[in-house]
Write a protein that binds this ligand. Structure first.
Ligand code: ME8
Length: 508
């Protein structure tokens, strides 16, 4: 099985922040996890560079639009390596290749009769970059942007989305995994229980010139979503690239709930009109708040990825994001909460287990993997728990239940720490008659650490690589290879390196 995984392409009207970082970290973790299972993965991210909001941002910054989008797009691109996020492709909607594909699709859908021209007036939300319906408003305002929409009346082109409404409902019902978690699937089905309006896909050039011209009417440019969503296929070589069909069959999108409708409704119906099958799955996550408050420029509480990484390091931030948010629900960020996770879960639980175990192997077993004797009940209990954890971890990761996957790992870390206390290897080391028992206990600990190191590869790649190098564990080993006991060859050298996660005294 293979996977083609995407993040949204982010608007370049603002700099990268915590919310963007979360989606990127999730996508990177899922990619690494699938690779750990030996699967082929293609991971794409990028930037969305057309539309009103971007022109406004460039004007506010006092630079040419193109110069502005180049600068912010580069900023996103440079942010990902700081978080150890390694996409295979980085797409920009200003790429000439992308623009050509958008025009070709517009032409094709137009010729098919699914794009038509008419007068229109409606309520437009600039934040959402789409017309919204009266029903969506809360107290007259867009519930996401807390601003009143503008009345806009003009002639525009429309995509005949309503034609595909019943097909979409049937598809969602026949494929329970198509949209997850389930709450979002239900939300979409509930929205689809009312008649669907057609989608406005153009802007008159007189109002907005920063867009892709319609191939059949140069007085208009495409409207944001018809341009942006197509990145998911233009980025993998639609229509006739050699990998296109294979990759598209494995397509899964990751988004937050803010852009559920464009992804769950506009995009599948657009694909249908183009004669393409829908993507395989859509995964929807919640919002990060900061200190329990919505992140916003005006409040001044926007968290920047570069600052988080500078303070805590990429591994700690990745762990925190995945451990703290239940995928699908909202979560709250604070430096204090990161500090607490760093010092308790990473420095205390994991870091201590690792350094204590390796130091004892160095001191009591000449720094080599000891040959174990027969396993006693407490050894078997830890071994079984570690192996069961690998299976549980795998199942939870497949469901994007990162929090539960990590809880399962930390349950075994806790057990292993208690096992050290219960078996007191330093006491065994004093008695030559108990040397075999000592070797058994330390071997059981190293084997447990091997299982733990393997699970952490997708989540904390740098720390997991250091653990693997110390044990020593084959860095290329896949998860299935690890699901047995006794994989570390007795006699292999074990190295005690620096502390994995030194304690951090205070958040800045
Ligand atoms: O919507 N919590 O771009 P965008 C969690 N260009 N995730 C968040 C978040 C938060 N507080 N804030 C943002 C666009 N995100 C369009 C997408 S796709 C064809 C076009 C993340 O820059 C999350 O992934 O507003 C969300 O869906 C995305 O950023 C929105 O990014």
């Amino acid at each position: 099985m293979s996977l083609y995984l995407t993040t949204p392409i982010f608007y370049v009207n603002a700099q990268p922040h915590l919310g963007h970082a979360y989606t990127a970290v999730v996508a990177d973790t899922v990619s690494r996890f699938h690779r750990l299972l030996g699967r082929e993965v293609f991971f794409q991210t990028g930037t969305d560079e057309h539309g009103d909001k971007i022109v406004q941002a460039a004007t506010a910054a006092g630079v040419e639009v193109k110069e502005y989008v180049d600068r912010i797009s580069a900023l996103f691109r440079e942010t990902w390596p700081l978080l150890a996020v390694e996409p295979d492709n980085y797409i920009r909607t200003t790429d000439p290749g992308h623009q050509a594909v958008v025009q070709q699709i517009l032409q094709q859908v137009h010729e098919r009769g699914d794009i038509y021209f008419r007068d229109y007036s409606g309520l437009y939300c600039r934040g959402c970059e789409r017309f919204i319906t009266e029903k969506e408003l809360v107290d007259g305002k867009c519930p996401d942007h807390l601003t009143a929409p503008e009345e806009v009346a003009e002639q525009n082109y429309f995509f005949r989305m309503s034609r595909y409404q019943q097909w979409l409902i049937d598809h969602i019902k026949a494929n329970p995994d198509f949209i997850s978690p389930e709450r979002y699937r239900n939300e979409v089905l509930s929205f689809l229980s009312e008649p669907l309006e057609d989608l406005c896909i153009s802007r008159p050039v007189s109002r907005l010139s920063w867009g892709i011209p319609l191939p059949f009417d140069s007085n208009f440019v495409t409207y944001v979503w018809f341009d942006a969503l197509i990145n998911y296929i233009s980025g993998i070589g639609y229509p006739d690239g050699p990998d296109f069909t294979r990759r598209w069959a494995a397509a899964e999108h990751l988004i937050a709930k803010d852009i559920l409708k464009p992804h769950a409704i506009f995009w599948p119906t657009m694909l249908k009109a183009m004669g393409l099958p829908p993507y395989r799955r859509l995964h929807v996550h919640g919002y990060w708040n900061v200190n329990e408050t919505k992140m916003s420029k005006s409040i001044g509480n926007v968290v920047r990825p570069a600052e988080m990484v500078e303070q805590f390091g990429a591994d700690t931030i990745r762990y925190f994001l995945l451990r703290e948010m239940s995928f699908g629900l909202d979560a709250s960020y604070s430096d204090q909460a990161v500090l607490a996770r760093r010092n308790s879960d990473l420095a205390n639980d994991l870091g201590n287990l690792f350094s204590r175990s390796l130091t004892m192997v160095k001191n009591f077993c000449q720094g080599r993997v000891p040959q174990p004797g027969p396993l006693g009940p407490e050894d078997r209990e830890l071994a079984n728990a570690a192996l069961a954890m690998l299976a549980d971890y795998r199942e939870k990761m497949e469901q994007l239940a990162f929090r539960q996957a990590l809880e399962a790992v930390w349950e075994v870390i806790g057990r292993a720490n208690r096992y050290i206390v219960g078996n007191a290897p330093w006491e065994l080391a004093k008695d030559p008659a108990r040397e075999e028992r000592l070797r058994t206990v330390l071997n059981t600990l190293l084997e447990t650490l091997r299982c733990i190191a393997c699970t952490l590869k997708p989540v904390m790649p740098a720390a997991a690589a250091r653990m693997a190098a110390a044990l020593p564990l084959d860095p290329e080993a896949n998860l299935a290879d690890q699901q047995q006991w006794g994989k570390l060859p007795p006699g292999a050298p074990v190295t005690v390196g620096e502390n994995l996660f030194p304690r951090i005294k205070q958040a800045k």
